[in-house]
Write a protein of this length. Sequence first.
Length: 64
Amino acid sequence: MPRITPHHFRHTHASLLLQAGIPIKEVSERLGHKDITITLEIYSHVMPEEKEKTAAKFANFVGF
């Protein structure tokens, strides 16, 4: 069985927050990152569906 470190719990916690739709700014502050670019660089792989959601929201807004 693989060893689970506190870092793994931190990464899982942050990933779940982002997948739950918590704003990146709040997640960044919770993790103690200096700014959101650090959070985005580390956790952007967790949010690929956000691009699709954004496109869908925009299309809906403009009536497509």
